[in-house]
Design a protein around this ligand. Structure first.
Ligand code: BG6
Length: 490
């Protein structure tokens, strides 16, 4: 499908996200012919750059894409830069004039996407001005794409939401959660709702627990200032982890429209059991990395990082048990686990099925493994089903076998970057893979109760896991208490 003509205005165009993700993704869409030739990219930033400097910057960001100079140049012809002061009306009036010119030059029909890829403290100021100074006043569509973090807690998120709603209606707001752009996260629904093999089993009668792990090997690096105020709970759990949980737990929607899917996700969030006060210790575990080794190299602990307090109480690891108090899931724990400086960079979902009623193949040396459905999100993309079969030539002994589908090797090409898909959806006006305010609100209210407790009660055991491991022991105990274990599956 070809996209409608549009002006894409990126605030924070000199920043890291624009360079690493946004320009390359738009370029890929351009190359594939998915982006209408009637488009313009207006980079906005504080730096006093000339158009030529900006173009050079964009060119630079496309280097890795390895395509002909000619193609790159024809993309660059659509790029323009404007230096900008976020709190000065004159600056917006200049922007408006430039936007009108581009509109005319590329025949954009007044369609505008405002992409805020910059520090969140300016989100509200910018949206206020966009309206006040007339940038949203066009005869085409206007959309706002807004990067995380969407607030710091429910209170600040609500305040921010009220402010941006002054200038944009809910259906014009595209809140990014880049996990929703990942191929295999999008596949969760298809695996569930297009397979007779899974849908009938997707409940507490047949599933014993679900585990979602998103581990990283990198530490907090230069982001100490942001991370000290955030921690893994706000940085990963409130958004990416809970979004995956909702997709796994929601009821089948009556159709695939944005509204129907969102309302099922919202219902899933509403049935999550709230955890607060001392209960938090029973359901959640926090960790902070100490020194250790990653890929044979010695690395420092979190507290030794730049802009990090020597006695920091910030968690770099979270694992937890989430319960849904509804008919489908009563009694089935959803375990989540995420952290920095762990042993591998990987995101994966493991669905563990209940044991069959009786084991005919009982054997002292080898107990029967449970059936597992593994959804590999990254770096591999695919599905593995763990079954039991007969061991060749050895009577009736069983052996575990795996049925695997690897998305990346079958298609033979790299699947598109999450950002490429999300930008494409936004230009088309499809908000399904963006988060609705109701989801953001409910996930903050779940997470706030945990962070309130964690902020009130310091964790005296920090640092409590070594860099290069899978987190603190308590995280294993969380599952062991109920007779489960984290499945370490390559
Ligand atoms: C971001 C977090 O939202 O997600 C980062 O702010 C984290 O701290 C990143 O590293 C992980 O994303 P991915 O796609 O690499 O798993």
């Amino acid at each position: 499908e070809n996209t409608p003509p549009t002006l894409i205005m990126i605030f924070g165009a000199t920043g890291d996200l624009a360079k690493r993700k946004l320009f390359p993704s738009l370029y890929q869409l351009f190359l594939k012919g998915s982006l209408s030739r009637r488009f313009a990219l207006l980079g906005v930033g504080r730096r006093e750059w000339t158009n030529d400097q900006f173009k050079e910057h964009v060119r630079d960001s496309l280097k890795a894409s390895g395509h002909s100079q000619e193609q790159v140049e024809s993309f660059i012809e659509h790029c323009v830069y404007q230096s900008h002061d976020v709190s000065d009306s004159n600056s917006y009036i200049q922007l408006k004039e430039l936007a009108n010119e581009l509109d005319h030059k590329f025949d954009l029909e007044g369609n505008r996407i405002f992409y805020l890829a910059m520090a969140p403290e300016f989100f509200g100021t910018i949206t206020d001005h966009l309206k006040l100074d007339g940038l949203t006043d066009t005869n085409g569509f206007t959309r706002l794409v807004i990067e995380k973090p969407f607030g710091h807690d429910l209170r600040s998120a609500s305040k921010l939401n009220e402010q941006i709603r002054e200038s944009f209606s809910e259906d014009e707001i595209y809140r990014i959660d880049h996990y929703l752009g990942k191929e295999m996260v999008q596949n969760i629904e298809v695996i569930r709702f297009a397979n007779a093999l899974f849908e009938p089993l997707w409940n507490n009668r047949f599933i014993s627990n679900i585990q979602i792990t998103s581990s990283e090997t990198l530490g907090v690096e230069e982001r100490g200032r942001y991370y000290e105020k955030s921690g893994a709970l706000r940085d990963m759990v409130q958004n990416h982890m809970l979004q995956m949980v909702a997709l796994l737990a929601m009821e089948p929607p009556i159709n695939l429209s944005t509204d129907e899917i969102r309302s099922e996700k919202v219902r899933a969030f509403r049935s999550m059991r709230p955890i607060e006060g001392e209960e938090v210790d029973k359901y959640f575990v926090r960790g902070q990395y100490g020194a250790g080794e990653i890929n044979g190299e010695a690395v420092n602990g979190y507290r030794d990082g730049d802009n990090v307090d020597d006695h920091s109480n910030t968690e770099t690891f979270v694992s937890g048990k989430i319960m849904f108090d509804n008919f489908r899931w009563a009694g089935v724990p959803f375990y989540i686990r995420t952290g920095k400086r762990m042993s591998v960079k990987s995101t994966k979902i493991v669905v563990q099925f209940k044991d069959i009623p009786m084991n005919l193949y009982y054997n002292k040396e080898h107990s029967l493994d449970p059936n597992l459905l593994v959804i590999h999100i990254q770096p591999d993309e695919g599905i593995t089903l763990h079954l039991n079969a007969k061991k060749t030539n050895q009577g009736v002994n069983t052996t575990p076998v795996q049925l695997s589908y690897s998305a990346s090797s079958i298609d033979g090409i790299n699947t598109p970057e999450a950002y490429e898909k999300l930008l494409y959806d936004c230009i088309l006006g499809d908000a399904t893979n963006f988060t609705h305010w109701d989801e953001v609100k409910l996930s903050w209210s779940f997470v706030d109760k945990i962070s309130d407790y964690w902020e009130a009660v310091r964790e005296s055991s920090f640092p409590n896991y070594q860099s290069g491991t899978m987190g603190p022991e308590k995280s294993d105990e969380l599952l062991a208490e109920e007779g489960f274990q984290w499945w370490a599956i390559g």
